[in-house]
Design a protein around this ligand. Sequence first.
Ligand SMILES: Cc1cc2nc3c(=O)[nH]c(=O)nc-3n(C[C@H](O)[C@H](O)[C@H](O)COP(=O)(O)OP(=O)(O)OC[C@H]3O[C@@H](n4cnc5c(N)ncnc54)[C@H](O)[C@@H]3O)c2cc1C
Length: 382
Amino acid sequence: MLGGGTGGLNAAAELARLTKGAHRAVLVDRATTSYECVYNLGVMTGGVGDARDVEREISMAAGEDVEFVNAEVTRIDPEGMLVETSRGTLRGERMVVALGAELAPELVPGFKDAAFDVYEREGAIRLGKAIRDFDGGKIAIVVARTPFKCPAAPYEAAFLIDWLLRERGTRDSVRLDVYTPEWQPMLAAGDEVGGKLVEIMDGRKIGYHTEHTVLKVDAGSRRLLFETDEADYDLLVGVPPHVAPKAVREAGLTDSTGWVPVNPLTLETRHPGVFAIGDVASIRLHNGLFLPMAGVFALQEGLVVAANIAAETGVGSPTGYTGEGYCYVEVGYGKAAFGSGNFYASPAPKVTLQPPSEEHKRAKDEFAAMVLRSAKPPAHGR
Ligand SMILES: Cc1cc2nc3c(=O)[nH]c(=O)nc-3n(C[C@H](O)[C@H](O)[C@H](O)COP(=O)(O)OP(=O)(O)OC[C@H]3O[C@@H](n4cnc5c(N)ncnc54)[C@H](O)[C@@H]3O)c2cc1C
């Protein structure tokens, strides 16, 4: 099991639970603790007091039947079922690649130095403080490239920043804009969900600029250069480009999308016995778009892979991933909207969005706590 984040950790723990330690389950991660970025927006608003409270010790969370190796994965040989790490070579009979997506701000000149990166814990902490100190001017939220983790997150960031400014009484002196290469929010969820989020942005006077791909950020003049036009900012909030981890790219596991194509039901790559789950995996949907990068998918895919590997050893029966998924879209004021549905539906995903409520916000908090406890996610949200 390569990667002890949202997907890999749960898959390893589930496999060990199902096979009751009869097989050697090895989990490799370069970190000893896993921090859940589901909490980043709470870190930004101050809702999560101390970011260290939302970390978990990987070896503890995986359980005693999982052998944890704290090492960097340096080379993957899917044909030879072999992995080189900074602490030696591992050979196995099955391999699960769950190394997530790497953030690559350097792909956009100027981005790294100029933007508060809300996808990194430190960036979220600094951004929260900057917003509390911001008295007026232009705040730009820029999604650099697609795909990116949690398609709702930039929009949640916009709603929460709007809310924080209103609470402080400074919203009237701030112009708040979102720039994105997408043609609507949460692309894979479809027009209805996207349209409802645009309505909320309109109602909150958040400017929305679609099909904007940022080419360069000029921190000196505080200017954003897009393919077609330019814009000014005073405070820049960024979602950096994402890439598959180097070891995955060099293993020849990726295709022209830059991610690892897998069987949508079994998560198996084109190499028999080698699986990829979570953000690193790429699943093309019936409408030609891709399954979003989200923890809820990583968790469920991990459970499917664990069940199928266990079934091969005579425990339980094989299963397939159904494409069900859900997400909570925080809008501030203690409320969240709730999107859910089936992303494998044909000819296009069938996803609906329930309006913001305090109940959905409570459910979001429960979901985040469940991820942190490495518990099984409910299949359909609440
Ligand atoms: C701001 C924000 C909010 C979000 N909110 C939600 C939400 O509300 N709901 C939701 O479903 N999802 C949400 N997500 C998305 C979710 O966090 C990710 O989709 C999920 O964590 C992906 O899980 P994963 O297992 O694929 O990767 P990760 O959890 O990123 O795990 C990858 C692991 O691999 C390890 N690793 C990487 N490279 C190496 C290497 N070479 N050697 C050793 N170890 C390595 C890393 O240390 C890490 O532990 C959010 C994301 C962000 C950024």
